[in-house]
Write a protein that binds this ligand. Structure first.
Ligand code: PLP
Length: 347
């Protein structure tokens, strides 16, 4: 099966497994694991933050950030397709008493004014007060969209003047960094908290990291334990993260080129399914509106030919490239998929 459902489906390579096997470890609940400690320091440094904390999932890293930035009964605002409001199962409300409001964003693309227009920093005694803004970069359901740095900086400048905090859901910040050449620090400096995933395009089996100030990370450590996310000799997993940063960061550019190829082939078959210029990174978001196909039906037809994708809406099919995909796989996808689209095209 050519598995393009997500960049989370990668399996640890033999080199990564060896690095995991030989990692020095200790009890991380006592902050005694040297491999975890060095990974936290390394990622804090990359993002220009004072400190960082290893977490078992990106969702937990995001939830810790929101817990730190927003009090119960206050709100965080984000775009309506953000992972924190669509894919974390209401955790901010369930765990932290946080409500949310959203703005609409085509392809998840950030425009500072969209956020500023709905922010209500001091709601007074009758309205919910906004205390934080979340930005997702790259944007998952938007199709791997890279957020323009000018809009991030504008939002930071203007929201800080209003006393608002900013969180970056940077599960795929690595992809934005590799695609634009903008440093992780230049992204990170605009946020109070940043989460990054090691288990997406970087290919580690487990792991995310939350970066922030020393004070907030000390508090996040307590909340992580409270949520049951304190782990012991977890340097075995952190070693995979180190290995991923050493070997799998620069190669994300290959994933981006391959996603672009798929998009171009689909566009050539049925232009309305995708604009290849919108494929910024490793995600291909197909719009099947002008075809007789539902995403589920197309998914079934692809599966019959050995290709797996994700049906994320009635007419929305997502394909994600990653390090376990070869050029030969991409060639096959570029033959099979456009053919199925052409057959189902209605002018
Ligand atoms: C994958 C992802 C996360 C975290 O997901 P986990 O499965 O909890 O690790 C967070 N944000 C975005 C945008 C993601 O794509």
């Amino acid at each position: 099966m050519i598995d393009l459902r997500s960049d989370t489906v990668t399996k640890p390579s033999s080199g990564m497994r060896e690095a995991m096997m030989s990692a020095p470890v200790g009890d991380d609940v006592y902050s005694d694991d040297p491999t975890v400690n060095s990974l936290e320091e390394r990622i804090a440094e990359l993002l220009g933050a004072e400190a960082a904390l290893f977490a078992p999932s990106g969702s937990l890293a995001n939830q810790l950030a929101m817990r730190l930035l927003v009090k119960p009964g206050e709100e965080i605002i984000c775009d309506s397709q953000a992972h924190i409001v669509r894919a974390e199962l209401g955790a901010a409300a369930v765990f932290s008493g946080i409500t949310s409001r959203t703005w609409q964003a085509d392809r998840g693309l950030l425009r500072a004014d969209d956020a500023l227009n709905i922010a209500r920093p001091d709601g007074g005694p009758y309205l919910v007060s906004t205390t934080a803004i979340a930005v997702e970069n790259t944007h998952n359901f938007g199709g791997g969209t890279i957020q323009p740095i000018e809009e991030i900086v504008k939002l930071r400048t203007q929201s800080r003047a209003l006393g608002l905090a900013m969180h970056l859901d940077g599960a795929r910040l690595w992809n934005a960094h590799v695609a634009t050449g903008i440093s992780l620090k230049d992204y990170g400096r605009n946020f109070d908290t940043v989460s990054v995933c090691l288990s997406k395009g970087l290919g580690a089996p487990v792991g995310s990291v939350l970066a922030s100030s020393k004070e907030r990370i000390a508090s996040a450590r307590i909340w992580r334990k409270r949520y049951g996310g304190g782990m012991r000799q977890v340097g075995i997993l952190a070693a995979a993260g180190h290995y991923a940063l050493d070997h799998n960061l620069a190669r994300l550019a290959d994933d981006h080129a391959r996603a672009k190829k798929i998009a171009q082939a689909c566009h050539a078959a049925v232009p309305s399914t995708i604009d290849p210029s919108h494929v910024d990174t490793n995600i291909v978001a197909l719009n099947l509106t002008n075809t007789t196909l539902t995403a589920a039906a197309l998914n079934d037809q692809l599966k019959a030919q050995g290709i797996a994708a994700s049906a994320l809406g009635p007419k929305f099919l997502r394909l994600v490239t990653h390090l376990d995909i070869t050029d030969a796989d991409i060639e096959k996808v570029c033959q099979v998929l456009p053919e199925l689209l052409k057959r189902a095209f209605v002018a």
